[in-house]
Structures are given as C-alpha cells and as structure tokens.
Design a protein around this ligand. Structure first.
Ligand SMILES: [Zn+2]
Length: 99
C-alpha cells in the first residue's frame, strides 16, 4: 500500500464516522473495506481518468463484500455524472485563486 493509498483510507474512515455507509453497522464488527462507487476497472480508468477513480469521493467504507457491491454505481450514468461533478468541483477548489 502506498502512502497515497493510506492517506485515502484514513480520509475515508474519518468521513464514514466508523460505520458502514450501506447498512450502518460499525465497521469494526465487520470486515471493513474501501468500496469504489465507480468501479476500479481498466475500462472505467480509461473513461473517467485516475483522478476520478482514485478520488476520496469515489471511495466509500463498507463492512462487507455484500455492502461493497451495493455502492457500485458504474451501471448508472446519471449517478456517475453527478459524482464526477462533485469530484471536479472539489478538485477545482484546490486550485482556486483567492480574490
Ligand atoms: Zn454494511
């Protein structure tokens, strides 16, 4: 695991509040796993780019493989576009010049 991936995991755990995003079960009771909303596949990387796939907003925290699957929005273009919009808005803030 790279430092960037560890950072991503810490962030995801922090924003999840320690509970599964799908069922609300405390993560420590299950087998915590980071779940990609837009799936981490070569096809999706080619389509959306690494910035989207690896973005903290594209990762949710779930308690199990079953809940992990429930976060996948790859097959829902409207949800994917909404998520991309949120990611691009968030990324833009990092480069915003103070007025
Ligand atoms: Zn769960």
């Amino acid at each position: 695991m790279t430092e960037a991936q560890r950072e991503q995991r810490r962030y995801a755990l922090a924003i999840s509040g320690g509970v599964c995003e799908v069922c609300g079960r405390p993560l420590r009771d299950g087998q915590p796993q980071g779940a990609h909303r837009i799936g981490n596949t070569q096809a999706n990387r080619a389509k959306y780019g690494d910035m989207v796939i690896d973005n903290p907003l594209n990762i949710g925290y779930t308690c199990s493989l079953k809940c992990n699957g429930a976060l996948d929005i790859s097959g829902n273009p409207a949800e994917c576009i909404k998520l991309c919009e949120a990611i691009y808005t968030r990324e833009a803030l990092r480069y915003e010049v103070k007025k």
